[in-house]
Design a protein around this ligand. Structure first.
Ligand SMILES: *Cc1c(COP(=O)(O)O)cnc(C)c1O
Length: 370
């Protein structure tokens, strides 16, 4: 049972009651699943769960066997989508240890998301402890090589009430899913469809928040991208329909012939931790990085003139995906001849080497679980 959260020193006040699964997956069955996990369909044996109500605050922290939630049909999240989530990874180092990459940044963003969605914020030490405890108990599920364990923390509004108001009760949980290398045989360039019909976010909305509702609203546009033969959708701003914002779940960068980078400014886009890390690594290497608006027309013109050398998308799941082709109702154009670019691949290697502990962690981004 929790006591109180000491805001002064941020120390952990909640102890997780660890209850190992009675019937965990056998070594053989786990090995079979890890042989080709794909993305997001294979899950580990355990989950972290912490509950909130106004009288007890966050309480009942547990690591337990992964199981269904019993939800009343009138549970608030099922009707008004008061829900937020995070995504981060655990990486197996060559020495057998395990790294988390910037979990403090995820914890902070999760708090910001809770604030925007009028939800009880999970204290950052509780978020990190839940992630670490889950990684510890499900350590055998972390794939070797270029695979990783994708960790999905989330909070749902759990009050049983059909009135429209912030829920009084919440469930914070963390689940984990082993994932293979996102791209077999190196990152294949993706093609993207410029959505001129649908927008993702407007000023004052929830674009900067990792909430399920943003994703629900993006699916029609993503389906349109697939119909047009593209892999992903890229959204434009909601006011002028000119400025590039981001993909459905990834931020975007442009690489120019003078070696500089640009990326859309924060505001209505999701503040990606990969985006932030790329900016830091590029600047450290002496590369100019501008956070500035960039229009689809300028992109097309710069691709034609040769001023634009590369473009890439970035996020935790795929790290960096080169963009090879841009399609729109006003015609298609290629980038870097449709091939993966040197700058994107160089930044990708730098970042991945830090994540797997193969390069020095000069920014203090790594948290060793083991
Ligand atoms: C999660 C997410 C990103 C990438 O964020 P990372 O912290 O780099 O994983 C980008 N855009 C959207 C919409 C997202 O939900």
């Amino acid at each position: 049972m929790g006591v109180s959260f000491d805001k002064a020193d941020g120390s952990l006040w909640l102890n997780f009651d660890v209850r190992p699964a009675a019937n965990p997956t056998s070594d053989a069955a786990r090995a079979a699943k890890l042989a080709d996990p794909g993305f997001g369909r294979v899950f580990t044996d355990h989950m972290a769960v912490v509950r909130y109500n106004p009288t007890e605050g966050w309480h009942g922290a547990r690591i337990e066997s992964r199981a269904n939630f019993a939800l009343d049909p009138a549970t608030a999240v099922l009707h008004y989508a008061q829900e937020i989530f995070e995504g981060l990874k655990a990486y197996r180092r060559d020495d057998g240890g395990v790294n988390l990459f910037r979990p403090d940044a995820n914890a902070r963003r999760f708090r910001n998301s809770a604030d925007r969605m009028a939800m009880a914020p999970v204290p950052e030490p509780v978020f990190i402890e839940a992630v670490e405890q889950l990684v510890k108990i499900d350590r055998a599920w972390i794939p070797g090589g270029e695979g990783s364990l994708y960790i999905r923390p989330f909070t749902i509004a759990n009050e049983v009430f059909l009135g429209v108001k912030p829920s009084a009760e919440y469930i914070f949980a963390v689940i984990a899913s082993p994932v293979g290398s996102y791209f077999k045989g190196g990152p294949a360039p993706v093609s993207i469809w410029v959505s001129e019909t649908y927008t993702r976010a407007a000023v004052g909305g929830t674009g900067a928040v990792k909430c399920g509702g943003n994703y629900a609203a993006s699916l029609r546009a993503q389906a349109e991208a697939i119909e047009r033969g593209c892999d992903q959708v890229v959204f434009l701003d909601a006011v002028e329909h000119r400025y590039i914002e981001e993909l459905g779940g990834m931020n975007v960068f442009f690489v120019f012939d003078d070696g500089s980078l640009s990326t859309p400014p924060l505001g209505t886009i999701l503040p990606g931790i990969t985006r932030d890390s790329i900016i830091a690594l590029a600047k450290e290497a002496g590369t100019a990085v501008r956070e500035e608006p960039y229009t689809i027309d300028q992109w097309r013109a710069d691709a034609a003139s040769g001023r634009l050398k590369e473009a890439f998308a970035c996020g935790t799941a795929a790290v960096i995906s080169p963009i090879g082709k841009v399609c729109s109702a006003h015609g298609d154009f290629q980038i870097n001849g449709g091939a993966a670019g040197e700058v994107a691949m160089g930044l990708r290697k730098k970042l991945v080497d830090i994540q797997y502990g193969r390069a020095a962690d000069t920014h203090n981004w790594i948290r060793k679980v083991f």
